[in-house]
Design a protein around this ligand. Structure first.
Ligand SMILES: CC(C)(COP(=O)(O)OP(=O)(O)OC[C@H]1O[C@@H](n2cnc3c(N)ncnc32)[C@H](O)[C@@H]1OP(=O)(O)O)[C@@H](O)C(=O)NCCC(=O)NCCS
Length: 296
């Protein structure tokens, strides 16, 4: 790559430009990789832009050492945001603008983000289907586990009655962090504050098992963790019940280790597809677990 490439810390006042770059880069990727029959890729709406900026601000505020920009002649051409929770390093997002990809900008950018993983025993990221990304992650020692997702309209006749699920509060964060540590070896910590301000939080806490899920207004589980499959299954049904009748719902980010979730999706008559990878270093695919795309 030419000598004018500068890799420097990403700042909060870079985020409007970074969001635009990320939106352009992922739209181009979606257009390049989406399958016939899937909805046509579309530009991020204002609500998603707002959430993106909030999440990235949260990451820079807590993990400035994990957030980097690539710049050529004063213009941002790429960026990466990453963070550490307990002894695990997580990559939240990573993009190079479409016209500059494949010429060696992403490599030093990822290396800069990985300096933030110093002392971590594990690494985790939800990667795209871009072959260039998978190549970068493998070269950084990650194992790529193919991800599935399920989509369709819920057959409401099969929705079970789920008892004992309640709305969660900040008073549940200690329990949730314990579940996180059991399932993925690292608590979400301060991410729970952000996630609970963005999504509905549901909790199931009984002698037979504990778990929680963040649920979007359309009934999509944005993140789900539990101490056993039975509890996870009940939480997923509760999330799906929030979907609108006759409106498509998605269960994202499913690895083969989470067949309990596939079984729920199939029972609800959703269809299954593959997209991207859960890339892991020093750990196995968490289960029972549905990870969040950026906060993992
Ligand atoms: C993933 C991404 C950030 C990498 O940045 P980049 O600047 O393209 O990366 P680099 O050029 O440093 O590295 C790409 C690697 O893929 C190789 N490559 C280039 N074109 C390729 C292709 N069509 N297929 C497979 N490999 C390819 C390059 O040779 C290079 O490997 P090498 O360094 O071992 O030679 C960038 O491509 C991107 O933004 N993609 C779209 C968004 C995305 O998928 N982000 C990751 C989300 S998890």
């Amino acid at each position: 790559m030419s000598s004018e490439l500068l890799i420097r810390p990403l700042h909060i006042d870079d985020l409007a430009a970074a969001e635009k770059l990320s939106s352009d880069s992922f739209l181009e990727l979606d257009r390049r990789t989406f399958q016939r029959g899937w909805p046509e890729p579309s530009v991020r709406g204002p609500a998603r832009v707002r959430d993106w900026i909030r999440r990235s601000t949260h990451l820079i505020e807590g993990d400035a050492g994990g957030c980097w920009a690539a710049e050529i002649e004063g213009a941002m051409v790429g960026f990466a945001t990453s963070f550490r929770r307990d002894l695990t390093w997580f990559l939240a997002t990573y993009a190079v603008r479409p016209e500059s990809q494949g010429v060696g900008i992403g490599k030093p950018l990822l290396e800069a983000a990985l300096t933030h993983s110093h002392g971590c025993l594990r690494g985790m990221l939800s990667g795209s289907a871009d072959p260039k990304a998978v190549r970068r992650y493998r070269q950084a020692g990650f194992t790529a586990h193919p991800q599935m997702f399920m989509r369709g309209t819920i057959d409401r006749d099969v929705l079970p009655i789920v008892e004992h699920v309640r709305d969660g509060t900040a008073g549940d964060f200690d329990l949730m962090n314990s579940i996180d540590r059991r399932v993925r070896d690292a608590a979400h910590g301060r991410d729970h504050e952000l996630l609970s301000s963005m999504h509905r939080l549901i909790v199931l806490d009984q002698n037979s098992g504990s778990g929680y899920a963040y649920v979007t207004p359309s009934g999509e589980p944005a993140l789900l963790a539990a101490t056993n499959r039975r509890t996870a299954t009940r939480l997923l049904w509760e999330a799906l019940a929030a979907s609108e009748p006759d409106v498509e719902v998605t269960i994202p980010h499913l690895t083969p280790a989470n067949e309990w979730a596939l079984d729920v999706g199939f029972a609800a008559r959703l269809s299954v597809y593959t997209n991207g990878y859960l890339a892991l270093r020093g750990m196995k695919p968490p289960t029972p677990y549905i990870h969040s795309g950026a906060l993992l």
